[in-house]
Design a protein around this ligand. Structure first.
Ligand code: FE2
Length: 154
């Protein structure tokens, strides 16, 4: 993932950070849908509706992130193979109960939150304010979901 100017530039850092966020968001979108479809619980309706809200947000964000990669001169990864190679989370749910499922989601949102924070620090010295804006917006989303999942599990 190198900027199309073919030289090492600040864009490369932005493309790397955005590409990982894109991969993480796509995988978490699918994992959230997995729970939306397969969860069984006395709280089914609440979890089913909450996960639908979450995956709809993730789906909308995927497009914003991929287009931002194009804006800063990169080529957006767009296959599951690439996503799994560069993501910080994986697509295995490894959970049986609804509580285990929500805890798995919580862990992934925390991983992505930390990734975004590190990404912002990495590119903060450049003048790519548009990318920082996208990252800040995604950070706020993941922080909100972390709070919601914690409150649901409690
Ligand atoms: Fe549905």
């Amino acid at each position: 993932m190198v900027c199309s100017c073919k030289q090492s530039c600040a864009c490369d850092k932005s493309i790397e950070v955005l590409s990982r966020l894109l991969a993480n968001s796509y995988i978490l979108f699918l994992k959230t849908q997995n729970i939306h479809w397969n969860v069984e619980s006395c709280a089914f309706r609440g979890i089913h509706l909450m996960t639908e809200e979450h995956y709809n947000d993730l789906f909308a964000a995927i497009d914003v992130i991929a287009e931002r990669i194009r804006m800063v001169g990169g080529k957006s990864p767009a296959t599951f193979k690439e996503f799994l190679e560069i993501a910080s989370i994986n697509d295995n749910l490894n959970a049986e109960t609804s509580e285990e499922m929500l805890k798995a989601l919580l862990l992934d949102h925390k991983t992505i939150r930390d990734d975004i924070k590190n990404g912002i620090k990495t590119i903060n010295d450049s003048d790519d304010f548009g990318t920082v804006d996208v990252l800040n917006s995604r950070l706020a989303f993941h922080e909100k979901i972390i709070w919601m999942l914690k409150s649901t599990i409690a």
